[in-house]
Design a protein around this ligand. Structure first.
Ligand code: DGL
Length: 271
């Protein structure tokens, strides 16, 4: 154990940028009294177009930043890191438990499908790693997984183009090849993608069930905290402590847009 852990210690969450805010939102809805420490590596985003060696180095740095705050749990709110570097995060964390978005999302998708055909969209690195297909097939080897990298979704989400024809056009182009493969479930295997959920939904139609890996991880976090007796029941709401490696003001604006009216301070930290 690196440090003494009680229910009062924070939950540490990180992502390459703003994508992990979809996880912060889901955690705050499911677990309103938890203290949250968030790090977004805005100086080095995107991760999903980089090599495994680079992603693993970044993952170690990000985890070390959160460990300064003595978290009781770390959530890897980035599918790319979950797919390619979860072991690196676990090593830096020692005995502190780690939850990755990928496993949580894969589990929910397996529960949701009835025709055993699941689509997965994610970054280039996540899709190339084949981690979703492997994790899904470990749970159920009879499921057929169809996947597609959607790299332009990350900058479109970062730019806030959530209701824009450019996003619609790109979504149609990316998704055409997987929705014609008879899938009944689609995993948003990148934490940036729920930001574009409306356009994705519109493009795939109502018959396909969407799995948001951010919501999946919130459910898993609640379970784990309950099992280990570390759920915070203080009844006190605390604002998350937000940190980024570049452009804190921009992050603060996006946070406000995304999570409501409160204006949090965003601290600039060096990686
Ligand atoms: N939000 C991240 C993910 O879930 C990655 C975005 C990126 O940095 O490429 O994969």
């Amino acid at each position: 154990m690196h440090h003494k852990v009680t229910s009062d210690n924070p939950i540490g969450i990180f992502d390459s940028g703003i994508g992990g805010l979809t996880v912060v939102k889901a955690i705050r809805a499911a677990l309103p009294f938890e203290k949250i420490i968030y790090f977004g590596d805005t100086a080095r985003v995107p991760y999903g177009t980089k090599s495994q060696v680079t992603i693993r180095k970044y993952a170690a740095d990000d985890t070390a930043i959160l460990m300064r705050y003595q978290p009781k749990l770390i959530i890897v709110a980035c599918n790319t890191v979950s797919a390619l570097a979860l072991d690196v995060v676990e090593k830096v964390c020692g005995s502190i438990p780690v939850i990755g978005v990928l496993k949580a999302g894969a589990g929910l998708a397996v529960e949701a499908t009835s025709n055993n055909r699941i689509g997965v969209i994610g970054t280039q690195a996540t899709i190339c790693s084949n981690a979703y297909a492997c994790t899904i097939n470990e749970l159920d080897p009879d499921i057929h997984v169809v996947s597609k990298a959607c790299p332009l979704f990350v900058p479109l989400a970062e730019e806030g183009l959530i209701d824009h024809d450019a996003t619609r056009l790109i979504a149609r182009d990316y998704l055409a090849g997987i929705i014609n493969q008879d899938i009944d479930t689609l995993v948003l295997g990148c934490t940036h993608y729920p930001i574009l959920r409306r356009i994705i939904e519109e493009t795939i139609g109502p018959a396909i069930c969407i799995i948001d890996s951010a919501e999946a991880v919130a459910l898993r976090t609640r379970e784990l905290l309950e099992e280990s007796g570390l759920l915070n029941n203080s009844g006190e709401h605390a604002l998350p402590h937000l940190m980024v490696s570049d452009l804190p003001q921009k992050f603060s604006m996006i946070y406000k847009l995304f999570l409501g009216s409160e204006l949090p301070d965003v601290e600039l930290v060096e990686v």
